[in-house]
Design a protein around this ligand. Sequence first.
Ligand SMILES: [Ca+2]
Ligand SMILES: [Ca+2]
Ligand SMILES: [Ca+2]
Ligand SMILES: [Ca+2]
Length: 247
Amino acid sequence: MITPIPGSPRCRSLVAVLSFSLISLPGCEMGGTSSASKSPPVEPWTGCVDPCTEETMGEAQTFGLCAAHFSPAEATVTAGGFGHDDVHELVSGPPRGSMDVVSLGCGGSIVIDLGPDGAHNDGGADFVVFENPFSVDFPEPAQVWVSADGCEWAQFECAADGDLDGCAGRTPTEVVWGEESSGWDAVNAGGDLFDLEVVAVDWIRFVRLIDQSESYWSRRDGGWCDPGMGGKGGFDLDAIAVVNPNR
Ligand SMILES: [Ca+2]
Ligand SMILES: [Ca+2]
Ligand SMILES: [Ca+2]
Ligand SMILES: [Ca+2]
C-alpha cells in the first residue's frame, strides 16, 4: 500500500506503509533489519541509512534535520500513530514540547540525520535527546546508537531494566525553544545528554533511537506496553540538539 504523507513542507513525498509498519521516508533508503515488533532488537544494528536530501534538510545545523529512517511499532500505527503524518517536521528543529513529538511505540525505532556538520566529540556532552516525559517517574526509555556514515553504529549502553543509566527518554524537557529570553542553552534545557567520549567516537551524523519501554514497564503495574493500552506506550521524540554545532 502506498500512502502519501500530507502536511510536511520539507518532505512532501510518498512513503510505503508495509504490512509490518516499516516506513520509508523520502530521500532515505531503508536500512538493514529493522523490526516493528514489540520486542527490541538484541543484536547490534548494522543497517545503513542514507542522509537527508537537499529537499528534506532544514537550514539550522544545531538540531536534527529529518528522519532518515522510521520504523514505528505496529500497535502504535494501528492506534493512529501520534505525529506519524508529519514525521520530519516534528522531529527536526528545536524542542517544542510534549505535543510536538512522534510516537515510536514500544520497540519502534527512528534515525535522525543531524546534517553534514553533525556532532563532534568536545569536552562534556555532545548532543541532547528530548523526549516528553512529564516527570522522572514516567520514563519511556530508548537505546541510543550513533553513526558517522549511516552504516557503522556504536551503541550507548542503556539500563532499561534497571536505573535507566545511559538511556534517552528519562529526563523531562525544562526549557522549550523560544521560552528563554536570555538565549537557549542545550546543556541546561533538560532532556538526556550524551557524550561521544563514552563510545569513543569523534564525530557523528546520525542518531538512532530504539525504544526499550517494554523492558522498563513490563516489570511494573499495568505494563504500559501491554496489548490493550492502545499503543500509547513507547518513546516519543521531540528533538535532538547538537551542543557545539559551530565547532
Ligand atoms: Ca564529548
Ligand atoms: Ca513519552
Ligand atoms: Ca509514549
Ligand atoms: Ca519536536
